[in-house]
Design a protein around this ligand. Structure first.
Ligand code: ATP
Length: 224
């Protein structure tokens, strides 16, 4: 039997941007996924407090995917009053439909930190990972044992095995990041071309990231 593949795309989305949309569109087409579900985190376990609230980030993602019938947004992490562990999220999707074959989609930068994730070995065994090559980030050389053992270049493997494979998708690099957008706001740069118009309108109308805008000309680094 060949699996139908369902993507889970987690992130802080603070805010969601064209880099997210373009890269997962490539993954969707390349791997012939059925759907991709964007899952904004509530309390990101590995980073500081986001600039926008969970509800605002959720609403921005909903606007961003509105014109993409193949994408959904899911609020389960924002409803959970606890750190947003991918392991818990995956288990909750699987509890809803155990027959589906789930693929966690993430940038190579995110996979590089996997060993610090909650129950990461069990997570690796529970789903496939679809890894997006992102500008400036390369897989380690040599690959760690767990990565090498699960690495495949065959989409057929994703369809044949229910879980446990790591597949790399080469995307056309889009250097946009949410950090760059927040820092751009702090520097008074027009960041609107980096995201869908509807998301920019939401940021503007709701005066989001005001503290970044007011910090104009202050140093702005990834810690922000
Ligand atoms: P920040 O700059 O605040 O860290 P981000 O732009 O990296 O944010 P996240 O919400 O943290 O966005 O990312 C969610 C996922 O999307 C991560 O797996 C990340 O690697 C991936 N991602 C983000 N931007 C890009 C991009 N331009 N191209 C490919 N993947 C991306």
């Amino acid at each position: 039997m060949r699996n139908k593949l369902y993507g889970i795309f987690g992130g802080t989305f603070d805010p969601v941007h064209n880099g997210h949309l373009q890269s997962v569109t490539t993954v969707y087409n390349h791997c012939a996924l059925e759907r991709i579900c964007f899952v904004p985190t509530a309390v990101p376990p590995h980073r500081g407090r986001p600039g926008a609230s969970a509800q605002q980030r959720l609403e921005m993602v909903a606007l961003a995917v509105a014109n993409h019938p193949q994408f959904d947004v899911d609020d389960r992490e924002t409803r959970r009053d606890a750190p947003s562990y991918t392991y818990d999220t995956v288990k909750s999707f699987q509890a809803e439909d155990a027959a589906k074959c789930y693929c966690v989609i993430l940038g190579v930068d995110a996979l590089l930190g996997l060993e610090s994730w909650y129950r990461w070995r069990e997570l690796l065994a529970s789903v496939h990972f679809l890894v997006m090559r992102r500008g400036g980030w390369n897989p380690p050389d040599p690959l760690p044992g767990w990565w090498k053992a699960r690495y495949t270049e065959s989409i057929e493997d994703l369809k044949r095995f229910k879980s446990g494979k790591i597949f790399q998708v080469n995307i056309i690099p889009n250097p946009v990041s949410a950090t760059e957008i927040r820092c751009g706001l702090a520097r008074g740069i027009d960041v609107s071309p980096m995201m869908p118009q509807s998301v920019w309108n939401y940021i503007d109308t709701n005066n989001l990231y005001l503290h970044f805008r007011q910090e104009k000309f202050l140093p702005c680094d990834r810690a922000n």
